[in-house]
Design a protein around this ligand. Structure first.
Ligand code: SAM
Length: 211
């Protein structure tokens, strides 16, 4: 855990937000997938490992009322808060490790993760992530998640990652989820490296309990 935090803190304190490999000015595919969940503006949306991304800005622009950004790197959260200025007060900010955190049970309508789960290369940490996700999501809640696809490079941000097909991701996150849609999308880093991402939208069954 400490190595992970040190790694991400180092990245965010040595690079500008627009220079990190995963930077996109707007997370258009995430936004489109979140829109297609059909949730309303009162929905509770958590961006897991949101970093300094502008998803929170765009959700605020869409008048989403309950947004949480969780990240292990306080510097990333500081960058997002500075950019948002007084609008930052409308957001709940959590500094923490998604594999080791107490989130309110049955609380969130949407769990968003772009490029976080794929860093969990150990079975045990993936299991903890999945347990936290299932517990924190409402019955009927949605998951919008992006990982590296099989043809992406072996590393992201200098760290090993696990690559997923839709079927493999479905298997990891839980076969009881409903997979509504998936698509691949090529991302080119500011340094010109091509990374194929897989985006998936899942839904927790309406009658599921979180235990
Ligand atoms: C590749 S970046 C993606 C950032 C953002 N989701 C985006 O798409 O722009 C991965 C993010 O996950 C955060 N992170 C990595 N491991 C984490 C963990 N175990 N718990 C919470 N955040 C984590 C990092 O600090 C970083 O902000």
């Amino acid at each position: 855990m400490m190595i992970t935090k040190a790694h991400w803190e180092n990245v965010y304190s040595t690079k500008a937000p627009e220079q990190v490999g995963w930077y996109e000015p707007h997370l258009q595919t995430s936004l489109a997938f979140i829109k297609r969940t059909g949730v309303h503006q009162e929905a509770r949306i958590i961006d897991v490992g949101g970093g300094a991304s502008t998803l929170v800005d765009d959700l605020l622009n869409a008048r989403v009322e309950h947004i949480t950004v969780l990240d292990i790197a306080p510097t990333a959260l500081d960058q997002a808060r500075s950019r948002l200025a007084e609008r930052a007060a409308k957001v709940q900010w959590i500094e923490g490790d998604v594999t080791d955190i107490d989130l309110p049970p049955g609380y969130y309508d949407v769990w968003h993760d772009r490029a976080v789960f794929h860093f969990l290369t150990e079975t045990e940490s993936r299991k903890r992530y999945v347990d936290h996700m299932w517990r924190a999501l409402k019955a009927g809640g949605h998951i919008v998640i992006a990982t590296f696809a099989p043809e992406a490079p072996p590393k992201c941000s200098g760290l090993d990652v696990t690559h997923y097909t839709p079927e493999q991701l479905h298997h990891e996150l839980g076969k009881d989820l409903v997979l509504h849609e998936h698509r691949k999308e090529l991302h080119v880093t500011p340094g010109g490296v091509k990374q194929m991402y897989l985006y998936c939208r899942f839904q927790k069954p309406a009658l599921a309990c979180y235990e």
